[in-house]
Design a protein around this ligand. Structure first.
Ligand code: NAD
Length: 458
């Protein structure tokens, strides 16, 4: 059992802290947000993650975990301090390291015994060398401090499971002492550990995330071409997935990647490459494809309709993916303002993300349109002129083509997640536009579409 302090109780820090407690360590989680700390102390999770609240309550009752804003008491006699504060994107694409620097300073000024500082936050290669130097420069007491890199690979929506049953633990250390200590902390998880040097560990994280982002953008690029040449991207992906070299995951075409990691981590690696005089062309392309993909359906719908002004627009899904209430870089955030600026009356449904979205776009008149939050898919679709699907929540997936036809005033659907079968939408009489599959047009629209196609060919 080790005494562990965790700095930052977001998706990474809180989940890591709870899982360390679950395997028997004594954990104290530190956050600067007093409200958050009080919420956690009352047994409520500040974020939506499956099983998190149960494990928080269990380990708090067993006195294996506690939450505090008092970093001095938490850090002073910890064996290990994990750092899970944010490293958000800056306007130039680089990572903002100010939160890491603040924690480093707080650690330097408070620790009273030898300590390993383990950075879980995603940081550009070489950052942890500087963090170690920084802490040693500001150390108040005569103690030994080392910094290790231990990047996190959890996915939001399955964060607890991904931590307890991780495919691998990457530890990046510069001494035997640090390597052994970190290995011992992870021993109770019984998971494969890959031990590398600190800079390699930092790079593993970016290289992994950016590879996945690339895979998504590649499939979106292929999807857009599929549509032009009459292929179906879902069939193409199925055919590709049998090749073990390619694998079956991350082949779904859609409205682009969002969330707190892929967008910023692609930009940060591209920035790092530029700083080192290298152009990372693959990642750069992945970013460009993704930027265009996010508003592709909006542009298609704008071409198809004369205006959104006064139209009832159903928006299904606000979060960047299902299973989380996180909105960071969600497709909804790109498209909703465009629709509002056009005077759309939006009826939005999301099972858990609506409250967070309403903080940014309060219910009622907004820009030139309005937004209303409803608590069912049906209520959003009722009498709607057009519908956009942005997130593949189960409730949205479960809708039948017939329900779109019967509920909407005009059954016109732009699906950014390819949730429905094209044939079934056609049979139900829904005009259906998705990603990388042939659109379904209503009879009245066919002729103008044919003309459009002819025009684009010659
Ligand atoms: P987050 O924004 O959800 O949480 C960060 C927390 O740190 C906040 O609660 C904030 O109040 C707290 N904080 C800020 N300064 C502090 C300080 N001085 N002391 C204590 N707490 C402080 O962040 P997140 O999504 O958990 O991401 C954290 C890091 O992990 C980022 O670098 C991110 O790239 C990386 N990461 C995130 C995920 C993910 O899915 N969210 C996955 C892997 C890696």
């Amino acid at each position: 059992m080790y005494r562990i302090a965790v700095a930052g109780t977001g998706y990474v820090g809180l989940v890591a802290g709870v899982c360390f407690a679950e395997v028997g360590h004594k954990v104290v989680c530190v956050d600067i947000d007093e409200d958050k700390v009080n919420i956690m102390k009352s047994g409520v999770s500040p974020i939506y993650e499956a099983n998190l609240e149960e494990l928080m309550q269990k380990n708090y009752a067993d006195r294996r975990i506690d939450y505090t804003t008092d970093y001095m008491t938490a850090y002073k006699d910890a064996d290990v301090i994990f750092v899970g504060v944010g490293t958000p994107e800056q306007p130039d694409g680089s990572a903002n390291l100010s939160y890491i620097a603040t924690v480093a300073r707080q650690i330097a000024e408070t620790i009273e015994k030898d300590c390993l500082v383990v950075v879980k936050s995603t940081v550009p290669v070489g950052t942890n060398d500087k963090v170690e130097q920084f802490i040693n420069d500001f150390l108040v007491n005569d103690v030994k401090v080392e910094v290790a890199s231990n990047p996190e690979f959890l996915a939001q929506g399955s964060a607890v499971h991904d931590t307890l049953y991780a495919e691998r633990i990457i530890i990046g250390t510069e001494s035997k002492w640090a390597e052994e200590l970190l290995t011992n902390i992870y021993k109770p998880f019984n998971l494969p550990i890959v031990s590398v040097n600190r800079r390699s560990a930092e790079m593993v994280k970016y290289a992994s995330n950016d590879f996945l982002a690339l895979k998504i953008s590649y499939m979106n690029d292929i999807a857009n071409l599929c549509e032009l040449v009459g292929a179906d991207v879902q069939d193409v992906a199925k055919g590709m997935s049998y090749d073990e070299r390619i694998g079956s995951k991350f082949l779904n075409a859609g409205i682009g990647f969002g969330g707190s990691c892929f967008p910023k981590d692609t930009k940060a690696l591209e920035y790092l490459a530029r700083q080192n005089g290298y152009e990372l062309r693959t990642v750069k392309s992945a970013i460009d494809v993704n930027t265009d993909q996010k508003t592709l359906l909006y542009k298609k719908a704008s071409n198809r309709l004369i205006t959104f002004n006064g139209l009832k627009v159903a928006v299904l899904g606000l979060t960047f993916k299902p299973g989380t209430d996180d909105l960071r870089e969600a497709a909804s955030l790109e498209n909703v303002p465009l629709l509002l600026d056009q005077g759309a009356d939006i009826y939005a449904f999301d099972p858990v993300g609506a409250d967070n979205f309403a903080k940014l776009y309060p219910e009622g008149s907004n820009r030139k349109g309005s937004i209303t939050y409803v608590d069912s898919v049906e209520a959003a679709l009722e009498d709607a002129n057009v519908c956009f699907v942005f997130t593949e929540w189960g409730e949205i997936k479960a809708m039948t083509p017939e329900s779109y036809k019967s509920l909407m005033r005009t059954p016109l659907v732009y699906d950014g997640r390819n949730l429905y079968k094209v044939d079934e939408m056609k049979e139900a009489g829904v005009e259906y536009h998705s990603i990388g599959r042939m659109p379904v047009y209503r009879e009245s629209e066919k002729e103008s579409r044919n003309n459009e196609l002819q025009a684009s060919r010659y």
